[in-house]
Design a protein around this ligand. Structure first.
Ligand SMILES: Cc1cc2nc3c(=O)[nH]c(=O)nc-3n(C[C@H](O)[C@H](O)[C@H](O)COP(=O)(O)O)c2cc1C
Length: 307
């Protein structure tokens, strides 16, 4: 029997429960990659709120890559600020994983490998406990999945290059289960997972609006459950988790190991501690997706706490 609040240990990470904060772009970095002060308060509140592990918002590996407000680990001058961020999160005993990404990347995907490896090295120097390859949601690497003849081989090489650059870090990847036909996708995920310490299942319908408790929760669960049958690598499932009841059911009727949340923690960064404390009413998030358009991607119901 798995419990939401089981403590677990993975390569590089000590988690106090099975809940992850899934990567969430705050749009709080200057084009140079330097952070706005508000970012530190956001991560402090998340870490204080009791989540088992935090994945950062997507962080570009290239100085040339442009996306509004994105963080960067693309040159050594940014390491000191990331160090301050990781120190704040670690003060709460929470492991911290940097999500590394490209929006636009080189024409030849092989040329992206050194960029990701260098970012992994910087992530280690900045004190992160892990790195997550962002290969989902239409970003550069998910376009490689969809267009490459042999995406598994490419991602295994990428994972190996990052492992070599930062062997102590937890190595994980977020990938879409619906960029390829189901069977091919399962094969690719399974092959790549063998090179990783965990794998997060997402999909192109990323942030489904209007989730109803007990009806639409865990919308990528069928794929994640099938993957978890095939791989020994722990599977993290994102997308539409809102109630303890549904998460408990997912943990105990499948081999899925972890559940990750984004929007619910924007509204309630202390949601894990609220649940742990016995108030198990579902997340207050109404999945309106207004957080994609608010300053610092805060929740419209509590904008006074951000930006
Ligand atoms: C404002 C916002 C920013 C996001 N930024 C990222 C990101 O940087 N990287 C990523 O992989 N997913 C990102 N996502 C997607 C979430 O991590 C998650 O996959 C999705 O919202 C579904 O989970 P949820 O129902 O718990 O919100 C973002 C979602 C939101 C709402």
């Amino acid at each position: 029997m798995k419990h939401l609040f089981d403590a677990t240990e993975l390569h590089g990470l000590k988690l106090k429960n099975r809940l992850w904060r899934s990567a969430t772009w705050e749009a709080l970095a200057a084009p140079s990659g330097h952070f706005d002060e508000r970012i530190f308060g956001i991560y402090d509140a998340l870490a204080a709120g009791g989540v088992g592990a935090i994945v950062s918002g997507f962080t570009s590996v290239s100085d040339e890559d442009v996306y509004f407000g994105q963080a960067r680990l693309s040159n050594d001058s940014l390491i000191a600020e990331h160090k301050r961020l990781t120190k704040g999160v670690h003060a709460h005993g929470t492991p911290f994983v940097a999500q590394v990404a490209l929006n636009e990347g080189p024409r030849n995907p092989g040329d992206a490998l050194p960029l990701f490896a260098a970012a992994a090295r910087r992530a280690a120097l900045a004190g992160y406990d892990g790195v997550q390859i962002h290969a989902a949601h239409g970003f550069y690497l998910s376009r490689v999945v969809a267009s490459s003849g042999n995406p598994a081989a490419f991602f295994c090489r990428l994972a190996d290059a990052m492992r070599e650059a930062a062997p102590a870090l937890h190595l994980t990847m977020k990938m879409d289960c619906d960029d390829l036909p189901m069977q091919i996708s399962l094969e690719v995920f399974t092959e790549v997972a063998a090179h990783l310490d965990s794998i997060e299942v997402s999909g192109n319908g990323t942030s489904v609006p209007g989730i109803r408790t007990g009806r639409d929760e865990g919308y990528f669960a069928p794929f994640a459950a099938a993957l978890a049958e095939r791989t020994k690598t722990p599977v993290v499932l994102v997308g539409g988790h809102r109630s303890v009841e549904c998460m408990k059911r997912l943990l105990n009727t499948t081999n899925i190991s972890f559940l990750s949340l984004s929007r619910p923690l924007i509204r309630e960064p202390d949601l894990p501690n609220r649940w742990l404390g016995g108030d198990t009413t579902p997340a207050k998030c109404v999945s309106c997706n207004s957080c994609y358009r608010t300053p610092a991607h805060g929740c419209i119901f509590n904008l006074h706490t951000r930006g």
